[in-house]
Design a protein around this ligand. Structure first.
Ligand SMILES: [Zn+2]
Length: 411
């Protein structure tokens, strides 16, 4: 195989990925106007439904624009030898291999972020604004970007530097050390995400004493679950869209509720959402996902170790000598069809887990409050009630609203 062949395989993968996404999006869009199933007729008022139709169409068109732009940008970068050019800049600054890689990825990431910022700006301040979702100020928007960059530099840069250092002393066996590092990192992140990362972006306050807290604690008691760490997060600082999530495990486990969720839902509906989250915990989905994540990371790193020392990867991107960071880019794209497949399998599993968590909520708290909370949450985010089955299969980590309601109504 020649470097040129590898180059064209990479281009083919980029194009194929784009085409598959466009076909799925178009299929999905064809069903935006479908007649609503009887189960979902009361989700929207008529006027709201019209608004949700307009929102879906706007999002769909905007998606075509952004993905075409990023495809053109990526192809141009590949055909014009962009990676070799950035590599040369990094090498003109330092001889240290670790620093070269850090500068290389720094330039690529910040460069692409700056080029795509007008799109995310438009998405937040024009589209989300128009449909009444946006609460972000321009200050928050740009502060978020800067914080995101700093976090990426510290965490991403730190991990990358260590991995290249492992490669320098262990050669192709670097993957074992890298795997250990990433495993420890993801467990620590899972445990302390709410304490370490969230405070950089949001305020979290413990849920005050009151009817809601009493109801939550009463429910937790009936299922034998310690739930003393319940926090409200100021999601309303950025968007009206609502959410709730579980994080950590063992003594660090906590529930985080968006303030928007607390405002939009009745107390019983909030407890039902929590019952669903408790279901994930009780059915060991959180630990399982972490475990599967660790296994796939190991597999990916092992595969990387088989190819990283081959000059073909670097040469495909126009760099003569073998270099870890160039090889990493080429490998990343060559690997993407495999990660599409693992992602697909994870989505299938995730949808199974969602049914299990729904069933847990149904058995321990009844189905009615969960059904009404799901309907309200869908309506408040103007979500699509008639997704195409193929689109669900490829992209949905949760079953569709219709599927979930049908399941919850089963005896
Ligand atoms: Zn869930």
């Amino acid at each position: 195989m020649t470097a040129e062949t590898v180059f064209y395989i990479i281009i083919a993968i980029l194009l194929l990925d784009f085409i598959v996404d466009q076909v799925l999006d178009a299929l999905n869009a064809k069903h935006f106007e479908d007649k609503l199933p009887a189960e979902l007729e009361d989700v929207y008022e008529d006027k709201e439904y019209e608004r949700s139709q307009a929102y879906k169409k706007t999002r769909y068109k905007f998606g075509i624009l952004t993905s075409s732009f990023s495809l053109i940008l990526t192809l141009a970068f590949f055909f014009l030898g962009g990676f070799a050019w950035v590599d040369a800049i990094a090498k003109s600054i330092t001889d240290n291999l670790i620093l070269i890689a850090l500068i290389f990825f720094g330039i690529i990431m910040i460069g692409s972020d700056i080029l795509t910022t007008p799109f995310s700006y438009y998405s937040t301040f024009v589209i989300e604004e128009k449909f009444g979702f946006n609460k972000t100020t321009k200050k928050t928007f740009f502060l978020d970007k800067i914080k995101g960059w700093l976090m990426m530099a510290v965490l991403g840069g730190g991990i990358l530097a260590l991995i290249i250092w492992f490669y320098q002393f262990a050669g192709d066996n670097f993957w074992i050390y890298a795997w250990a590092l990433i495993t420890v990192f993801s467990i620590v992140m899972n445990m302390f995400y709410s304490k370490l990362i969230v405070p950089l972006f949001n305020k979290q306050t413990p849920l005050e004493e009151g009817i809601l807290r009493t109801k939550i604690e009463a429910y937790a008691k009936t299922v034998g679950f310690t739930l003393d760490k319940i926090f409200i997060i100021d999601g309303s600082k950025r968007s009206t869209k609502a959410n709730a999530y579980f994080s950590g495990f063992g003594s660090e486990k906590r529930i985080t509720l968006f303030d928007t969720l607390v405002n939009d839902l009745e107390e019983d509906e909030i407890v039902a959402v929590l019952a669903h989250e408790v279901g994930h915990y009780k059915k060991k989905h959180i630990i399982f996902n972490l475990f599967v994540g660790i296994i796939t990371t190991g597999f990916t790193l092992w595969l990387l170790s088989l190819f990283i020392s081959s000059p073909l990867l670097s040469q495909a991107l126009g760099v003569e000598e073998v270099s870890f960071h160039i090889g990493l880019i080429a490998f990343g794209i060559l690997y993407s069809p495999i990660s599409e497949i693992t992602g697909l399998l994870m989505n299938i599993l995730s949808r199974k887990f969602e049914y299990q968590a729904d069933n847990y909520a149904k058995e321990t708290f009844g189905s009615a409050p969960l059904i009404s909370s799901l309907k309200k949450l869908s309506s408040n985010s103007l979500s699509n009630l008639t997704p195409h089955p193929a689109y669900i299969f490829f992209h949905y980590s949760h079953p569709s609203l219709l599927q979930r309601i049908k399941n919850l109504k089963l005896k």
